[in-house]
Design a protein around this ligand. Structure first.
Ligand code: RTP
Ligand code: MG
Length: 156
């Protein structure tokens, strides 16, 4: 591969509880992009897990609402791989607030499937460091019980 021409990154994408019923449509948006799904997991986060995932926001006024929302149903976490995957996935998500997304980016994921500033359909890592942390959170390299998270499409 041409290392100079490509900046392959991995990012952690999450379909939040309000959009899991539209998982097929979300996957279609991934297929229509230059990203591929290399890992995926559906899970229901505990209060502690959601709090740990969003630990950077623990002092914010919206933190309790956010954790309440994120534990209200299953989420689908995915590792996405591709050129500039972090910024590309956040572009597909659109603005954080779904009501603003509907005005500014009508075709974005949050415009189509989210509700408001908290119930906003999807998450994407915002930096290389947060992608590393968030991928390890959902797909730990040290396996626990059950099938190990050792295989991924990109290994093929
Ligand atoms: P995310 O981390 O979920 O990808 O979203 P983001 O970077 O666009 O937004 P961030 O500022 O990191 O906020 C994390 C999540 O907290 C909820 N939120 N609610 N004022 C509010 O009610 C408010 N602000 C943020 C959203 O679910 C947001 O995605
Ligand atoms: Mg964020």
């Amino acid at each position: 591969a041409n290392q100079l021409a490509s900046k392959k990154e991995r990012t952690l994408a999450m379909v939040k509880p309000d959009a899991v019923y539209k998982l097929g449509d979300v996957l279609q948006m991934v297929y229509d992009s230059n990203l591929i799904v290399t890992k995926a997991k559906m899970t229901k986060l505990t209060w502690r897990e959601a709090s740990d995932f969003y630990t950077e926001h623990q002092t914010k006024s919206f933190f309790n609402n956010l954790v309440q929302f994120m534990t209200s149903g299953p989420v689908v976490a995915m590792e996405l791989l591709g050129d500039e995957a972090i910024s590309e996935w956040r572009r597909i998500l659109g603005p954080t607030d779904s009501s603003i997304a509907r005005k500014e980016a009508a075709l974005s994921l949050r415009a189509q499937f989210g509700t408001d500033g908290t119930k906003n359909a999807g998450h994407g890592s915002d930096s290389l460091a947060s992608a590393a942390r968030e991928l390890e959170f959902f797909f730990p390299s040290t396996a626990g019980r059950g099938p190990a998270n050792t295989a991924s499409y990109s290994d093929c």
